[in-house]
Design a protein. Structure first.
Length: 219
């Protein structure tokens, strides 16, 4: 059988972290004297750190502050590393896909100790072939580069790949990379927004996708 790749975003897709990111980014902004509504932060989750700051504070911000904001968020979020909760069915879904012959690759803006904590939460390292992290690319989502790098690691063309994510940024990145896109609602983004950004199918969470795998783009 010709090789196939299942590429997964991690935050909000496999691990229930989006609202932790919202609160810790909100606090990082607050400590620096910025009032940023939580709903706006939520919509920006999924962007890399510098892109998220630019998205929320604008191009005319004091860019010298970017690194300090990112460091503050990292420190605040790091307090949760030992108890990040996997979403229902996350590990089981990855192991089932590996069993079915898919090459499973993660594509995430996380790196280092954060990525390690996320992988421990998923608890399916036996199913994960490779990880494309923020350290491996010049541009994060919604650029295509993170998904394209994941495909390179898998050795699979876009036509033989599916990308699963929970944000508009994920869907746009997957669409630009030319892969089929599957959305999940567990990151808190509405179905209509995911579909408009390129999702060909949308599921509640990994467990829902696993339960309906036989009729999904990952069949």
């Amino acid at each position: 059988m010709e090789q196939r790749a299942a590429v997964f975003d991690v935050d909000g897709t496999l691990v229930d972290t989006n609202h932790l990111h919202v609160v810790t980014w909100w606090e990082a902004f607050r400590q620096a004297g910025h009032t940023v509504p939580m709903h706006a932060v939520h919509r920006a989750v999924g962007l890399g750190s510098s892109d998220l700051v630019a998205h929320l504070l604008g191009e005319d911000r004091d860019r010298d502050e970017d690194a300090a904001l990112g460091a503050a968020h990292k420190a605040l979020y790091g307090q949760y590393f030992d108890r990040l909760p996997a979403l229902p069915g996350a590990g089981e879904l990855l192991r089932r896909l590996r069993h079915d012959g898919w090459t499973v690759v993660l594509a995430t803006s996380a790196s280092g100790s954060e990525l390690g904590a996320l992988r421990r939460a998923i608890d399916a390292d036996d199913a994960i072939e490779a990880t494309a992290s923020s350290e491996d690319v010049r541009e994060g989502k919604p650029a295509a580069e993170p998904v394209e790098h994941a495909l390179e690691l898998a050795g699979v063309p876009a036509s033989r790949a599916v990308f699963v994510g929970d944000t508009v940024w994920d869907m746009r990145a997957g669409a630009k990379a030319g892969v089929r896109c599957v959305g999940v609602l567990c990151g808190g983004i509405p179905r209509a927004d995911l579909e408009e950004a390129g999702a060909q199918a949308v599921y509640a969470d990994p467990a829902d996708l696993l339960a309906r795998l036989d009729t999904s783009p990952l069949t």
